[in-house]
Design a protein around this ligand. Structure first.
Ligand SMILES: Nc1ncnc2c1ncn2[C@@H]1O[C@H](COP(=O)(O)OP(=O)(O)OP(=O)(O)O)[C@@H](O)[C@H]1O
Ligand SMILES: [Mg+2]
Length: 291
């Protein structure tokens, strides 16, 4: 097999222009489910109304990075907005400035951009659960800087669920108080899973959607509704289908893919017909797997 990106083995077989189920958080492939839509609306509104801070939580693989990129893309279309997108706040950067120098410089910049230039300044941060206590304090101080009628800096934080627990700390009360909006990405329902897979297929240039309803149900069941796992299983199934020279993907093929993958994210139910599904709000629902 050759290793160039133009050599994805199954593209020709399925008559696709691109990979439909790549793992990269490309917003072009985002299916705007109700939960993703609500998060987009809340974060956009916080920025537009200059309310300061918006939070977006979600379990691993629910689409936070993809959504952050979608939000940034939308801000690209707004000339009055300047934004910075920090993908990993703990990435070490060499800097010789003291904390105070840095803060003062930043305040000067904020005032200049917001007051003199009339810009809406936005800081989008992904992986906010990795923010250390000093960085959170810095963030709070930056956000403290405001005039009588507006906050100079709008901040949107995307974080895994563990960050919510950290925000309980009394020392962060001041930051939490500034959160005008908070949202939580839920897992996808069965119907949303089908819509997401189909949407990505069409974006990739696909015509006839190859997954049977039964295949989609199995992908949904094994993934616990987590989009990343669904994308992985779908991609594996495409490769398996291609190797077997089949055009359709059915439930049996998904079972084979899951058994072959055999990793904890799909947790094949070896013990019984019922699997549990935990939504990001902590609720556990059960789903009967079809025999
Ligand atoms: N609504 C969606 N529509 C289409 N694809 C999605 C959607 N949500 C997630 N995905 C896909 O799932 C995968 C994981 O998404 P993403 O990397 O954005 O998740 P994450 O929440 O940032 O995960 P992590 O917690 O590991 O950082 C990506 O391939 C992404 O394209
Ligand atoms: Mg991410």
């Amino acid at each position: 097999m050759a290793f160039g990106t133009d050599k994805i083995p199954y593209l020709g077989h399925y008559k696709l222009a691109e990979e439909p189920y790549s793992l990269s958080p490309n917003p072009r492939y985002l299916y705007v489910s109700p939960t993703h839509n609500l998060a987009l609306e809340k974060t956009s509104w916080t920025i537009a109304a200059k309310r300061g801070l918006a939070l977006c939580f979600g379990a691993v693989g629910t689409g936070k990075t993809t959504l952050a990129r979608e939000l940034a893309g939308r801000l690209d279309d707004a000339p009055e907005v300047s934004y910075v997108f920090i993908t990993n706040p703990n990435y070490p950067t060499p800097n010789q400035l003291s904390y105070l120098d840095l803060l003062n410089l930043f305040k000067e910049f904020l005032r200049n951009q917001a007051v003199e230039e009339g810009k809406t300044l936005v800081l989008i941060m992904d992986e906010a659960q990795t923010l250390t206590a000093p960085l959170l304090e810095l963030l709070r101080q930056m956000m403290n800087y405001e005039s009588n009628d507006q906050k100079f800096l709008q901040v949107v934080l995307f974080a895994q669920e563990e960050f919510r627990a950290r925000l309980q700390h009394p020392r962060l009360r001041n930051l939490v108080n500034r959160a005008a909006m908070s949202s939580t990405l839920d897992t996808l329902s069965l119907a949303e899973t089908a819509a997401m897979l189909r949407h990505r297929w069409l974006i990739a240039g696909g015509k006839e959607f190859p997954f049977t309803q039964n295949a989609v149900e199995r992908i949904y069941g094994y993934s616990d509704g987590i989009p990343r796992t669904q994308v992985i299983l779908a991609e594996n199934a495409l490769l398996a289908g291609f190797l077997a020279q089949r055009s359709g993907i059915d439930g049996t093929l998904i079972e084979q893919v899951v058994a072959d993958r055999s990793l904890p994210d799909t947790e094949p139910a070896l013990t019984g017909p019922v699997i549990k599904r935990r939504t990001s709000s902590g609720k556990v629902t059960s789903l009967k797997r079809r025999a």
